[in-house]
Design a protein around this ligand. Structure first.
Ligand code: NCD
Length: 469
C-alpha cells in the first residue's frame, strides 16, 4: 500500500486502513525520533501559514527536519504576492515548482483544495478556515488509540465551539468511520453545522438523537446535547439499533472529552461573541468528578484559552500535551509516505469498512448558483476569476447541493431541463425544485437556478406541471 503523491485535504482522503498505516509508521518514527534520518534528504517542504499557528507549523517543520529534508516557509499573507492580488492558484503553481510537498493553512474554506488542484506536488491541509484540519485528527486518533488501545466503538463527547472549530469536523467524520458514539456538547449557539450532521447520518450510517434541553437535561445541566450513534456495519443495520437513552449511555462512561476553544477569529457577528461569553462552561476538576467521567481522558487540540482549567493539567487523564507531542512522529510518517520515501505493509482491513467517499453527481453547469458561505474560497474576489463553483448533488428530497470546496450546502428552489420541447424557445419552462419534475429531468440535462429572476432572465417561464410537491 502506497500513499505517494497523494494529497490530504479532508480526513476522507484516507481510508481507515491508511490511517492505521500512518500510525504504524509513526510508531516506528517515535522510536528513533532523536536520531536524524536521511529518509527525505534532498527534498524540500514548503510551509505556507496564512493564519496563526504554533504546534501545527513547528511540528511539521520539526518533522521534515528530522527526516533530513529542508523547509522553506511563509508565515504571513502580507509578505507574499497574495497581498498584491495574486490568486492562490498562481501561488500554488509557483510554490509547486520550488518544493516537493506543500503544507498550507489558510483562512478561506476550500483553499487547500485549490492549492492541491494546481500545485502538482502533494499538498497537506493544515487547516482551511472552519472547514477541516485532518492532520490534527490524525494526532487525536493516534492519542485515542494509544490511551484506549482501540479506535473501535468509542464514546466521545465533543465540547465547545463545534460550529467554527475545524478540528471537531474532521474528528467527527473519522470517529464515525471507526464506529463511535459521538455526543455533542456545544456552547449554546455553536452547534455542529447541519451539513456535518447530515454527512454523519447519511454517509456514515449515523442515527441522530436530538436532545434540545426540553427532552433531556441532566440535573446538573451538563448535557443538554445531541448525539449521533454510529454503527460500523452500514445503513441496513440501522433499524436494529436498540433505543439507548442518553442517560444510560452517559452512565456507562465517556471514553474521551474533547474540548475546544471558541474560535473568536471566525465569529460572524459581535453578538455571537457576547452570547458565547455568557454561556461558557469550563471543564475543571469538579466536572471530571461527575458520574460517567471517572475514566474519561481529556483532550484538546490547543491552544487553550479559558475553557479548560489549568488545574486539570496535573490529572493523569489530561492528554492534550501528549496530543501535541505526538504531532511530530505523526507528521514525519505522513510526509515520508506522501513523498514516497517510505512504504508500509499492513494487513488487509478486517471487518466492514466505510467507503472513502460517495460518488455523487457533480453539478458544474455555469449558472449563477453560488455557495452561500462567504468564507468559501469560491467567494473571494481574487479567486472568482478562475474558480467555477461546483456542487455535489447529495439529495433530491429536498434538492441539496454541497459545495465541493467548503462542503456547505444550498437548497436551490428552481430547476429546468436544458432539453426543452422541440427546441422551441416558447417551450422553455422552469419548475419548483420540490415538484415531481425533479425526478423527471435527466441529470445531464438538469439546470438549477439560484432564483426565479435568473430563470426568467434566461427566458424560462413557470411550467404548469412543476407546482410545489
Ligand atoms: C487548532 C486549529 O488551528 O484549528 N489548533 C491546532 O492546530 N492545534 C485549534 C484551535 O486553534 O483552536
Amino acid at each position: 500500500m502506497n500513499l505517494a503523491n497523494r494529497d490530504l485535504i479532508t480526513i476522507e482522503d484516507l481510508s481507515n486502513q491508511e490511517i492505521e498505516m500512518v500510525f504504524a509508521l509513526a510508531d516506528e518514527m517515535s522510536g528513533s525520533l532523536y536520531q536524524q534520518t536521511d529518509m527525505c534528504r534532498g527534498m524540500i517542504m514548503a510551509s505556507l501559514f496564512f493564519e496563526p499557528s504554533t504546534r501545527t507549523r513547528l511540528s511539521f517543520e520539526a518533522a521534515m527536519n528530522r527526516l533530513g529534508g529542508r523547509v522553506i516557509s511563509v508565515v504571513e499573507m502580507s509578505n507574499t504576492s497574495l497581498a498584491k492580488g495574486e490568486s492562490i492558484a498562481d501561488m500554488a503553481r509557483v510554490v509547486g515548482s520550488y518544493a516537493d510537498i506543500i503544507v498550507i493553512r489558510h483562512p478561506w474554506e476550500g483553499a487547500a483544495k485549490v492549492v492541491a488542484d494546481y500545485a502538482g506536488v502533494p499538498v497537506i491541509n493544515a487547516g482551511d478556515g472552519g472547514h477541516e484540519h485532518p492532520t490534527q485528527t490524525l494526532c487525536d486518533l493516534y492519542t485515542l488509540k494509544k490511551e484506549r488501545r482501540t479506535l473501535e466503538g468509542l464514546k466521545i463527547a465533543l465540547w465547545g465551539d463545534l460550529k467554527y472549530g475545524r478540528t471537531v469536523h474532521s474528528l467527527a467524520y473519522a470517529l464515525a468511520r471507526f464506529g463511535a458514539t459521538i455526543h455533542f456538547r456545544p456552547s449554546p449557539g455553536f452547534e455542529m453545522p447541519e451539513h456535518v450532521i447530515r454527512k454523519l447520518t447519511a454517509e456514515y450510517a449515523g442515527r441522530l438523537e436530538r436532545y434540545n434541553g426540553v427532552e433531556y437535561v441532566d440535573e446538573k445541566g451538563l448535557f443538554p446535547l445531541d448525539a449521533v450513534y454510529i454503527t460500523p456495519s452500514g445503513p441496513h443495520q440501522l433499524a436494529n439499533i436498540p433505543d439507548v437513552g442518553i442517560q444510560i449511555e452517559l452512565e456507562r462512561g465517556v471514553d474521551a472529552l474533547y474540548v475546544t476553544r471558541l474560535q473568536k477569529e471566525r465569529l460572524d457577528t459581535t453578538v455571537e461573541g457576547q452570547e458565547s461569553e455568557k454561556n461558557h462552561r469550563v471543564v475543571d476538576r469538579k466536572l471530571l468528578k461527575e458520574k460517567g467521567f471517572e475514566e474519561t481522558i481529556v483532550m484538546h487540540p490547543l491552544p487553550r484559552v479559558d475553557e479548560l482549567a489549568y488545574e486539570v493539567d496535573a490529572d493523569p487523564r489530561s492528554m492534550y500535551f501528549k496530543q501535541a507531542e505526538r504531532g511530530v512522529p505523526i507528521r514525519m510518517a505522513l510526509i515520508a509516505l506522501l513523498l514516497g520515501a517510505k512504504e508500509v505493509d499492513i494487513p488487509e482491513e478486517k471487518g466492514p469498512s466505510f467507503a472513502r467517499k460517495r460518488d455523487y453527481r457533480v453539478y458544474k453547469r455555469s449558472t449563477r448558483l453560488r455557495c452561500r458561505n462567504r468564507k468559501c474560497v469560491t467567494n473571494q474576489e481574487t479567486e472568482t476569476r478562475y474558480i467555477k463553483p461546483e456542487f455535489e448533488i447529495v439529495s433530491n428530497e429536498p434538492l441539496t447541493l454541497r459545495c465541493v470546496y467548503c462542503e456547505h450546502e444550498i437548497h436551490p428552489q428552481y430547476i429546468a431541463s436544458s432539453k426543452w420541447h422541440q427546441g422551441i424557445a416558447e417551450n422553455k419552462r422552469y419548475y419548483y425544485a420540490d415538484s415531481f419534475m425533479l425526478g423527471r429531468i435527466q441529470q445531464e440535462n438538469l439546470i438549477i437556478f439560484d432564483s426565479e429572476d435568473e430563470a426568467l432572465a434566461r427566458g424560462f417561464k413557470l411550467g404548469k406541471r412543476g407546482s410545489r410537491g
